[in-house]
Design a protein around this ligand. Sequence first.
Ligand SMILES: [Zn+2]
Ligand SMILES: [Zn+2]
Length: 732
Amino acid sequence: MFRVALDTPLRRLFDYLPPDLPEGAVGLRPGMRVRVPFGRRRLVGLVMEVGDSSELPAQRLKPVLEVLDAAPALEAPALELIRWAAEYYHHPVGQVLAAALPKLMRLGAGVTATEERWTVTASGREAAAAGEPRRAPKQRELLDFLLGRDGAAPAQSLSGNLTSWRDAARALEMRGWLERREVVLAPVAEPVRVRAAGPTLLPEQRAAVERVAAASGGYAAFLLEGVTGSGKTEVYLRLTEEALARGRAVLVLVPEIGLTPQLVGRFRERFAVPLAVLHSGLTDSERLAAWRAAWSGQARIVLGTRSAVFAPLPDLGLVVVDEEHDASFKQHEGALRYSARDLAVVRARLAAVPVLLGSATPSLETLHNVAVGRYTRLRLLRRPGVSQPPLLKLIDLRVSAIDAGISTPAALAIERHLAADAQVLVFLNRRGYAPTLLCTACGWIAPCRECDARLTVHLAAQRLRCHHCGADAPLPARCPQCGFAVKPVGQGTERIEAALGTRFPGVPIVRLDRDVVRRRGDLDEVVRRMSSGEARILVGTQMVTKGHDFPNVTLVVVLNADQGLFSTDFRASERLAQTIVQVAGRAGRGERPGEVLIQTEFPQHPLLVSLLERGYDGFAEAALAERLQASWPPFSRLAALRASAKTPDAALGFLSEARAAAGAPPRGLKLLGPVPAAMAKRAGRYHAQLLIESHERPPLHQFLDGWLPRVEASRSAQRVRWALDVDPLELF
Ligand SMILES: [Zn+2]
Ligand SMILES: [Zn+2]
């Protein structure tokens, strides 16, 4: 009896009999994929368990149709991780598996790489010797080509040397002169080589490396907290070297691969070993190839974003999560909403290896785990070389003259730093030219028809775009309501770039935001112009905080710190503090000290004050105290039931029915809502949520176990899109 996970919304495994094949079920074990009958369909599933008996009567059970793997596609700890995620996120195990496996493997592609080879048969050789085939020049050419290569060649080489050879090959195959075969390619185990020795470690770096290396015999979790530029990457590299030397593989998770080319580059430079890179930009066959390289043990290092946490790594020896505070580790869309950072810790525990979470601005959850003794904190306080931490100052926008978003003190500072031959970074977390298009006569504001949002002006492209749903329209010259002239109001990065160009004529300026990065070559060009010193001012969004090193930047100007100070989301202040510290960390990474100016209309705001006076540590301490008092995570546990529908009533109606299905919640558990989302209408759908708050984790999960099947069975569940989000990161 085999219990198989299938990609269906049903929260269970499915029982099957051993395959009705000559070889039977010899060697079929958990982790292997099988093809099975399911209703009228045939599905690819994965054996999760082997059991003795089924609850179903024997005559209703069907046999496995086909065994797809000769060895488990997922080894035991990876399989355990899937099971754990299904339980923790209350999601059908078959669907967790579907999120973990590459698409081509879900369709049946083998875990081992194969190659299509064409071989001349004995009768083919005889025929060729007799001068056949006489009247088919294409077939003749193909036969000669193969015989010139000892009678066999891979399809790839045929395609590279001959044109339209396939018809000829098929004709020859029909005559029994050629044979087509899929040959399994055995991975070539390459010796581990360190290409270049790293720099001498600072005492703090050495202590961190020694501490983690000493724990390599089992599970242990570490927070590697280091200010930007303190050399966290070097610690990752040394520990990777140490794990590779022990014959183990390393999993490195990063927030966004496209934005961290420097980290990937540093691993490639340091180690002459095959490295598999997994991210959302891969094609299906590239993803399959990377997965195979990891599975076969050929790739010794797997570097990737979120879903790489599920990658197969038979000899896993170390897990690294870089920038662990980054929100992109959380999958917040679709059906399975998981935190790759949290799963990475679970994966390390299941594989009994150390995990290292790195950040200059650790999440409050992680700091709490340190405080209660679950994680060990390792700190890198000094920056290598002589560089000094940057000096932060607030600019009070209520008393400073301001022109096109830039205050006079900020403009003077930019001038001063440019005169000293340094580079300047101007940060604004809003792309486009202006966030609003306004008619000054009638007050019309360009709205998005599909969202509760305004359209952003993109002047260079002459478009109006919605940053929430992607709606896109031509930029009108006049108000569609009254015909009067319209004007863009407020600042985006595109406008700041133009304003700085006017104020500092002749100074080369570059911009870095999602509009620029959309074209891959443009990102490289921006980075190149900043690194070479050719560009003097960089205007950018959040993106400038990710990975790129510009050592000659000595001034950072944060144009608007105020978004995030007054938000309904209790995590907004944490994100703001992290952004400010990360952006500030871009200043003075070389030998010159850095200066950071933060423009705000609320210079007395306690968050800004604690951040300036006591740094991120001081902020985190104050913020954790606040969370404790309000009983927010990490001092409580949350889950959100989210729904969206074509009408607000449908979304809220489903959640009300779900709330009613909960009855009286157990002690220590609260249901809050349902309420419409802060931006209720998005992309033409109305969003709402019901929040479940619990003091402890076990009662929450116990409650969800009993409640979700009732929610699923409710009549309105079919009429809305809904998902459960355990440990939601954003509340809206
Ligand atoms: Zn108007
Ligand atoms: Zn929209």
